[in-house]
Design a protein around this ligand. Sequence first.
Ligand code: KIV
Ligand code: NA
Length: 266
Amino acid sequence: SRRITVRDIAAAKERGEKWPMLTAYDAMTASVFDESGIPVLLVGDSMGNCHLGYESTVPVTLDEIAILSAAVVRGTKRALVVADLPFGSYQEGPVQALRSATRLVKEAGAGAVKLEGGERSAHQVELLVSSGIPVMAHVGLTPQSVHAYGGYPVQGRGEEAAQQLLRDAKAVQDAGAFAVVLEAVPAELAAEVTRSLHIPTVGIGAGVECDAQVLVWTDMAGFTAGRVPRFVKQYLQLRELLGGAAKAFAEDVVGGAFPAEEHTFH
Ligand code: KIV
Ligand code: NA
């Protein structure tokens, strides 16, 4: 069976079908999500926080995204793999964006790329799309701007900010993006954006009326340490389960219960 493409994504909006997206950063986890029927996997720069041990997405490099995107592509058969363009790999302009995105498509085998920004990134989106690279845009809270925000505040509150968000979403649609992530946006505004666009909106902390929903997989699975944002639903307590397994293994080794006869060659 063939991979999901951006044409399937467009058809889903026409049929009014909602779809799920998860992040993935390695082949094994990606294969589980692929076999579970998740149609779109994002190799997000959230790998900075939840896979590489950085404090934000800002330090993530194009090499890191390329290596882990290739792994996710190798681990999947059906999912559309979207690779995030990291901070510093597209802000210089459309030509830099094309050079970076080309690596992710050619070397890593990604089916699409994602970048942050609305009006401010529209020229980048336009050149990538006209060059044959599908682009998912990302507006509202854009975590690569953490130093400018001074944190991760909800976006689009107040009339002026709401109008700017609508303009940002329209700008990336007009530039040719096939979908747009809305992050940390009031549900009513996200619903208005969703109604006013012909491309699908992918919500994270943006209410139930978006066309699709995305979560960082380590948040979704309860693997992330400490507090998770209000918009996260944890479907598993993976951190606790895995920790329990590690403790049980340690006890067995210390107490001599592992390896047992059935694990032993003679
Ligand atoms: O990097 C990421 O995981 C993302 C999603 C939260 C949309 O950009
Ligand atoms: Na990201």
